[in-house]
Ligand binder design. Structure first.
Ligand code: SF4
Length: 485
């Protein structure tokens, strides 16, 4: 999905990353620290990979909530001067890649409202599968929406609740939501976080010591945000759990029973940073095992293993360790591709991939290469990379993908192309091999993926690989297409 006002993602979306799903959103929350805004800024900075379109921070200073949000990257939107205006000892933040609602400044989160329960700000990661139904219901009874994101239904439901306390109103509202949500909510006297009953998207709880020696509590989509601010990981927010932090301390409660878990496996395959722990498990560990099992399942005589950087690196290392083949740095990623760059008028084949990735000639020349990537969505980028590797002299290219073929769209907060665009849903492995131009192609098996996750209990969602969705999706295609308008 491309948006007019998308900038860096536009560059990525058209070339190097069109063989990957796009990231979704990252959330952050902190309570009880005088530098709340700066710590939220750093937290979002660490979560930037989860969304590059827009971001925002809301702080609480006494009775007042201060907001700054807009389009762009965290480091661009927040200057020192802007952060100085965000006074207070509590904050929530959000970084966004739109999955519901078009990309626009008005959809930047957190959303702030003034209602009978006082000032509120809310930010959310995930996708509400009944978000548009709820919105219609609320609009029919007089609610006026400012944006088109599904998240906005949450404060509207809360504002309409007859419950008198904020926590009760949120509890009542959460029970109306279906689908995936890890949310952070800030009021003038408390921070509340909640996670849906299946735990689709990650959310962790941590703590750090404030300058006066008291404990500040922090929440983040990924633990890499804790590392940057030197917070200590305590636990995950459990599915169906609500945690309330105020000046009185922290309380944890279930707002609803936990349902069969459906942790998004793609967080481990691709989204999350390898230095994060997600669902209580190090992401880098999973990715290395993905590569190891892939090597066991699909060995091939070759001279070296090369990763498609950056996200294919841990799986490539795993493949190399298991196969005994050397891991070589044969593709280099340019991390400094700017938002604007000057393209030559002369047409250069695969220019957009070339400006991001460059093969190392002396490493690939004359070699039989195992090329490891973590996903293959449309196949167009893989095809270009294979072509580049050949141009730089690779003798054979054996493409290995560290997950099964993607055959279904995601309705839980990951921006996937439609089934018609998913090459894995429409072509055989041999057809895909032919399309990419590789000498051989193999994907990890579903069993291999489950084993890599250590998922004996069936706690993960694999729907985009199996087409078996963990929730009912009545009318979802219509609703999703409305959301993307
Ligand atoms: Fe994750 Fe795929 Fe399930 Fe979506 S459908 S939650 S991307 S595993």
């Amino acid at each position: 999905m491309m948006h007019e006002d998308d900038r860096e993602t536009l560059i990525l979306g058209e070339d190097i990353d069109d063989d990957h799903f796009h990231d979704e959103c990252g959330v952050f929350g902190i309570w009880g620290h005088p530098e709340a805004a700066k710590l939220a800024y750093l937290g979002l900075y660490a979560l930037q990979h989860r969304g590059q379109e827009s971001c925002g921070i809301v702080t609480r200073d006494g009775e007042i909530l201060h907001t700054h949000k807009g389009m762009g990257l965290v480091r661009e939107l927040f200057t020192e001067a802007e952060l100085d205006k965000l006074t207070g000892d509590a904050a929530i933040g959000h970084t966004r890649y739109s999955t519901a609602g078009p990309s626009a400044g008005k959809n930047a989160q957190p959303f702030s409202v003034q209602c009978s329960k006082g000032p509120l700000a809310v930010a959310h990661n995930g996708n509400l599968t009944n978000g548009w139904e709820l919105r219609k219901e609320l609009e029919d009874s007089g609610s006026i929406f400012q944006a088109t994101s599904d998240t906005e239904v949450i404060p509207h439901l809360m504002a309409r609740s007859r419950e008198t306390t904020l926590s009760q109103a949120l509890r009542e509202s959460l029970l109306r939501l279906e689908g995936a949500y890890s949310l952070v909510l800030l009021a003038n006297d408390r921070l509340i976080v909640a996670r849906d009953q299946r735990g689709f998207r990650p959310l962790s709880l941590g703590r750090m010591t404030a300058p006066d020696g008291s404990t500040a509590y922090v929440f983040a989509s990924e633990t890499c945000a804790f590392d940057l601010i030197q917070a200590e990981l305590i636990d995950e927010v459990h599915p169906g759990e609500m945690i309330i932090v105020s000046d009185e301390g922290i309380s944890r409660e279930r707002f609803a029973p936990e349902l069969d878990r459906a942790h998004c496996v793609f967080e481990h395959v691709y989204f999350s940073r390898p230095d994060s722990r997600v669902y209580g498990r190090p992401v880098s560990q999973t990715r290395e095992i993905l590569g190891r099992i892939l090597a066991r399942e699909s060995p091939v005589p070759a001279d070296c293993v090369i990763a498609v950087p950056d996200s294919g690196v841990p799986a490539a290392i795993g493949y190399a360790s298991e196969s005994g083949l050397p891991y070589r740095l044969g593709l280099i990623r340019n991390h400094y591709v700017g938002r604007t760059f000057i393209e030559p008028q002369q047409t250069m084949r695969d220019f957009r991939v070339r400006q991001k990735l460059n093969p190392v000639r002396h490493v690939v020349e004359g070699q039989r290469v195992v090329l490891v990537d973590d996903s293959l969505v449309r196949g167009t980028t893989s095809r270009k990379i294979v072509r580049l590797m050949r141009e730089f002299g690779a003798k054979e290219i054996h493409l290995r993908i560290s997950c099964p073929p993607t055959i279904g769209s995601c309705y839980y907060g990951v921006d996937t192309p439609s089934t018609a665009e998913l090459i894995g849903a429409n072509q055989t492995i041999e057809q895909i091999r032919e399309f990419t131009g590789a000498d051989s192609l193999a994907y990890l098996s579903l069993e291999g993926l489950e084993k890599s996750m250590g998922d004996i209990a069936g706690d993960c969602c694999y729907a985009c690989y199996t087409g078996k969705y963990p929730t009912e999706l009545v009318g979802i295609e219509t609703l999703t297409s409305q959301a993307k308008k």
